[in-house]
Design a protein around this ligand. Structure first.
Ligand code: ADP
Ligand code: ZN
Length: 364
């Protein structure tokens, strides 16, 4: 089992550990018991993860004599709303949760966002633990303490920063994960390699096939490396006021493509083409050598991700969504571009015509 410590503000009270390994539920039970974070634990999970993994997680905790309850909600992004929050909170009150209780987020990013949000507001805040079950949540959303729910007006409009007490990443969960969900996580791993870790990028290139075949030993190594990158960035910029923005590499165009497709294009697919687009723009503006641009595109294909969007997707639509992006400050859309692999920077001066041309090129 790999252990990574996250140190926020260099104070022990805001530090926590990420535990990564295969079949680590027993050890998770031991750690939770030893740390003694709460008098009782409530697992929050969704209707897909509950039948697959709920019993095993409950059993591992009960084995240690811990008091455990579980609350399920319907799987899917559509659940990330205030009604779900109220219904979870009502159930918590029913089972008698108080300020000495802690939550356990068992699931993907949706479960993590919802659970973190509830934990941050229930009785002015209670502890929670992340047990991410998608590759995306394992390398991305479970680390960093961002929580959120959607409103009809937009995604992630209500949210808080609330750091978990610990993150337990068990690779065994990935065995039941649909391939498309796997790709969502892979795209963020490639992103971390591109923006911060040329060695990780070389490893991904060398082992692309083994990764596609979900070689667990290799995956553990790659997940650990990606978590280290993410935690390093979060440590420096917990509240996302500066450096943390580089994690948006591939996401400005990616989010717009995802939304314009009505979410028929997955986050991983959208971020993959978004990264190809950002690399193209970086090259066209004479920052990034074209070999590096080509290297990024070819890795994305090799690893089973995509560098294309359907020709039917409207360039006007994507372009106007980029302008509406929440990163817009004044009249400027800020893109994360590259000077070389491992050296990203934020640029506010990308001409709209170049953005449109780049989107068009993704259709060929
Ligand atoms: P993410 O943002 O991490 O992709 P979601 O919470 O939207 O997260 O999860 C994606 C989908 O995968 C959901 O339908 C969820 O129920 C399902 N899911 C999560 N973990 C697993 C797993 N280990 N096995 C199978 N399905 C899973
Ligand atoms: Zn992302």
């Amino acid at each position: 089992m790999t252990r990574i410590e996250v140190n926020l503000e260099k104070k022990p009270s805001t530090s926590y550990e990420i535990y990564i390994g295969q079949n680590i539920l027993d050890r998770m039970g031991l750690v939770i018991t030893k740390k003694n974070w709460a008098s009782r634990y409530i697992i929050i999970t969704d209707s897909n993860v509950s039948p697959l993994h709920g019993d095993r997680v409950q059993a591992a905790l009960k084995e240690m004599g811990l008091k455990v309850d579980q609350i399920d909600f319907p799987a899917g992004e559509a659940s990330k709303n205030i009604q779900t929050i109220f219904s979870i909170i009502h159930r918590m009150i029913e089972v008698g949760a108080d300020r000495t209780s802690a939550l356990i987020a068992l699931g993907g990013g949706v479960v993590g966002d919802i659970t973190g949000f509830v934990a941050s507001i229930y009785m002015r805040g209670i502890p929670y633990i992340q047990v991410p079950t998608t590759l995306l949540a394992q390398v991305d959303s479970s680390i960093g303490g961002k929580t959120a729910i959607d409103l009809p007006q937009g995604k992630n409009i209500l949210g808080t920063f609330h750091q978990p007490k610990g993150v337990f990443i068990d690779l065994a969960f990935l065995k039941t994960l649909p391939p498309r969900e796997f790709g969502n996580g892979l795209a963020e791993i490639v992103k971390c390699g591109i923006i911060d870790d040329p060695e990780l990028l070389s490893l991904l290139e060398k082992e692309a096939e083994a990764i596609r075949n979900q070689d667990m030993i290799l995956l553990e190594k790659i997940i650990a490396r990606t978590c280290r990158i993410k935690k390093g960035i979060v440590e420096i910029d917990e509240m996302e006021t500066g450096l943390r923005r580089i994690l948006n590499f591939g996401h400005t165009i990616g989010h717009a493509i995802e939304a314009e497709s009505g979410y028929s294009i997955s986050h991983g697919e959208a971020v993959s083409v978004g990264m190809v687009a950002a690399a193209n723009i970086s090259d066209r503006l004479k920052y990034l050598p074209s070999e590096d641009r080509e290297r990024i595109r070819s890795l994305i294909r090799m690893i089973g991700l995509t560098d294309r969007i359907p020709p039917t997707l409207s360039t006007d639509g994507v372009s106007s969504r980029i302008k509406r992006d929440k990163k817009k400050e004044g009249d400027i859309v800020r893109f994360v571009l590259l000077k070389k692999i491992g050296v990203p920077f934020v640029n506010g001066g990308v001409p709209e015509a170049l953005v449109r041309e780049t989107i068009e090129a993704l259709k060929k």
